[in-house]
Design a protein around this ligand. Structure first.
Ligand code: OAD
Length: 221
């Protein structure tokens, strides 16, 4: 399984692109790059705090739950997500490979200490580490490499699967989107679940048009 923001849309989490997408109202270069954080860490943190506050109030949906139940009944199952929202884990998925990090993880820019911090709101913005340095969100920003271990696991999973379900991603952000042709080239069937066509729809074996929360429970029952 490869998921993107679309699977959380029915939980009330805004996607990035398309109608109502975050990148329609906000500039990624002001909020989601190392340069933006260096210029104005408080502004960047305020944006993440707004997203964390929103996420703390939403619940996983039928799409997340269907994937969690599939994991329970399939010994050879991998779930790779671009989402940082933690909703897969909250719906019961256990083996989640988060290639873009997690909005609930924080990392010190000085000593590198990393931890989970799900307090909403955080007591102080921007947060500081015990070592005195700034703490940053544990997500991947534009221009940064993906976490090495998670990416290796994602490549391993798609290169060895019989079937890749690609759910709710615009397939525009690389290297994440490259997992789709990687699976196809390795001989997997690729099924896309999306409201609309994507740049990689052409290489999928089947495109199911509709909401993940409607289609996944029907597919996985
Ligand atoms: P996007 O916002 O780019 O795409 C969301 C996709 O979900 C679109 O193709 C929609 O058509 C589809 N969609 C919306 N609602 C849906 C639903 N209910 N059921 C099925 N599909 C639905 O999100 P991503 O592809 O995840 O990166 O974006 C990739 C990355 O770009 C994100 O991880 C983030 C962002 O910038 C970083 O932050 C590094």
């Amino acid at each position: 399984m490869l998921t993107g923001a679309g699977i959380s849309a029915e939980s009330g989490v805004p996607t990035f692109r398309g109608p109502g997408g975050l990148w329609k109202s906000f500039k990624s270069e002001d909020l989601a790059t190392p340069g933006a954080f260096a210029r104005d860490p408080k502004l960047v943190w305020e944006w993440y705090e707004w997203r964390r506050t929103l996420l703390a109030k939403v619940e996983p949906n039928a799409g997340h739950r269907a994937l969690a139940s599939l994991e329970d009944s399939s010994p050879d199952f991998s779930l790779v997500t671009q989402n940082v929202d933690g909703l897969h884990e909250r719906s019961g998925s256990r083996r989640v490979t988060s290639i873009h990090g997690s909005i609930w993880r924080v990392r010190c820019t000085g000593c590198g200490a990393e931890s989970t911090d799900d307090r909403v709101p955080l007591p102080k913005l921007p947060p500081l580490c015990g070592c005195g340095a700034l703490v940053r969100p544990g997500v991947v920003w534009f221009g940064e490499p993906l976490p090495r271990k998670a990416w290796a696991e994602a490549e391993r999973a798609v290169s060895n699967c019989d079937l890749l379900l690609v759910i709710g991603t615009s397939a525009q952000v690389y290297p994440a989107a490259s997992l789709i042709p990687m699976a196809a080239q390795a001989g997997a069937r690729v099924i896309e679940i999306n409201l609309e066509e994507t740049p990689l729809s052409g290489i999928t074996s089947l495109s199911l048009r509709g909401k993940a929360g409607d289609i996944l429970p029907q597919l996985i029952s």
